[in-house]
Design a protein around this ligand. Structure first.
Ligand SMILES: Cc1ncc(COP(=O)(O)O)c(C=O)c1O
Ligand SMILES: N[C@@H](CCCC[NH3+])C(=O)O
Length: 415
């Protein structure tokens, strides 16, 4: 059983000497994932959502070491692709939800095969977000349990690009759900659940209000359906404080508000957080390559960029940045723009940051990098992806090797 921890692990709480040693030993850019913190986050969620069923949204971080840690806690896995599903199975998850968005044929083939011939006893439910996805499964002879992803018409999130509950791309329109449910049931399938997801990064009061509205609409829909359900999953999206001045969510009150909003329900409530489980369990270490004073700012060029951590470029997301230099206290502070090595103006990890006089060779640490960090890394500009180290108590081990230049072309065929 895992033990609960503080509601957030701040960047300042990481042990600087340990991180410096890891940067020395493995080079940078380097992701570090603390498995103890992952366990604490799961325990914190369980303490608050003790009546609900919890699945980890695998997309936030699929590094095997982390998936194994989470699988061991006994919670389920929510998977958005055949690749995620396979990783979750390989890491030991037994309760799996495949919540496909517009699933490609090859994915469905894989998932249907897995359902027909599982490597062990698996509790696998496929969630369809369109009538066509249901037809595609039926054509493949799938005869297992199904859930419907609903577009509840209300969304929330830290950025418009991750607000899903009101985006037409996601889910069956609310007022067409009963029709699809009847079709599924009349054709002899086992409809076990309904699902909706407001979006990612629910943190502000307005987002929490939208979440409650979503839950309430979903509760109503579940009651209106002429069919008994096993579960009503109201998605993930629980946000975390990215800025040092942000406060963590009060999970107990979010859980209580969720229960209240759903109303009378025979089915079990479910949630599927990703970010909340892994974000503050990870940091990104990066080395300063250049320090360039300019009339506007001091540009601190580092070896991590948008190909290592995409969130600042993609969502203008804020990630705290600190120096690990041991003599930081003796240095005069400068206002810096921390920029990556990619040929894009958007390749900036932080603007207007107060840093103790940065020097070439300094190692910086970037906070809350455990969620959607390594996972969204790319090879743009032919940059190899970084390594990942897994930390557990005093032990550290390499979890993902650093990509090499020769690996960048491994799929290319000489013409
Ligand atoms: C269907 C679904 N469930 C769960 C999540 C997890 O979201 P988060 O990492 O914000 O908890 C997402 C991502 O937004 C999602 O699309
Ligand atoms: N990638 C997003 C979260 C989106 C989750 C997927 N629906 C982020 O970094 O905030």
């Amino acid at each position: 059983m895992t033990t609960e921890g503080p509601p957030i692990r701040r960047l300042a709480d990481w042990d600087a000497a340990t991180l410096r040693d890891l940067a020395d030993g493995h080079g940078t850019p380097l992701y570090v994932l603390d498995q103890r913190r992952v366990r604490e986050n799961v325990a914190n969620l369980r303490a608050a959502f003790h009546e609900e069923s919890i699945s980890y949204a695998v997309k936030a971080n699929t590094v095997r070491a982390t998936l194994e840690t989470i699988a061991e806690t006994g919670i389920g896995a929510e998977c958005a692709s055949a690749g995620e599903l396979q990783r979750a199975v390989d890491a030991g998850f037994d309760r799996l939800r495949y919540t496909a968005v517009n699933p490609p044929a090859g994915d469905l083939d894989h998932v249907v095969d897995l359902a027909a011939d599982p490597p062990r006893d698996l509790d696998l439910v496929i969630t369809v977000g369109a009538a066509d996805a249901f037809e595609a499964l039926a054509e493949r002879g799938y005869d297992g349990p199904l859930a419907i992803r609903v577009n509840p018409g209300v969304g929330a999130g830290h950025h418009a690009k991750v607000t899903t509950g009101d985006a037409p791309k996601f889910g069956v329109p609310y007022d067409r759900v009963s029709e699809l449910a009847s079709e599924i049931v009349s054709r002899g399938f086992d409809l076990v659940g309904l699902h909706a997801h407001a979006g990612s990064g629910i943190h502000e009061a307005s987002d929490l209000a939208a979440h409650r509205e979503l839950v309430s609409r979903m509760g109503e829909l579940a009651r209106e359906l002429d069919h008994d359900l096993d579960f009503l999953n109201v998605g993930g999206g629980l946000g975390i404080p990215y800025r040092p001045t942000d406060e963590p969510l009060d999970l107990d009150s979010v859980a209580a508000a969720t229960r209240e909003a759903v109303g009378e329900l025979d089915a079990r409530l479910g949630i599927e957080p990703g970010r909340y489980v892994v974000a503050d369990a990870g940091v990104l270490l990066t080395t300063v390559n250049t320090v360039k004073p300019t009339p506007e700012t001091t540009v601190v060029g580092v070896d991590a960029g948008m190909t290592t951590l995409l969130r600042p470029a993609m969502y203008d997301a804020y990630h705290e940045i600190r120096t690990l230099a041991p003599d930081a206290d003796e240095r005069e502070s400068v206002t810096a723009t921390v920029a990556g090595p990619i040929c894009e103006t958007a390749d900036v990890l932080g603007r207007g940051r107060e840093l103790p006089g940065p020097e070439r060779g300094d190692v910086l640490t970037i906070g809350n990098a455990g969620a959607y960090g390594y996972e969204m890394a790319s090879n743009y500009n032919s940059r190899p992806r970084p390594a990942v180290v897994s930390l557990d108590g005093g032990e550290s081990r390499l979890a993902v090797e650093r990509e090499t230049l020769s690996e960048l072309t491994r799929l290319e065929i000489e013409q």
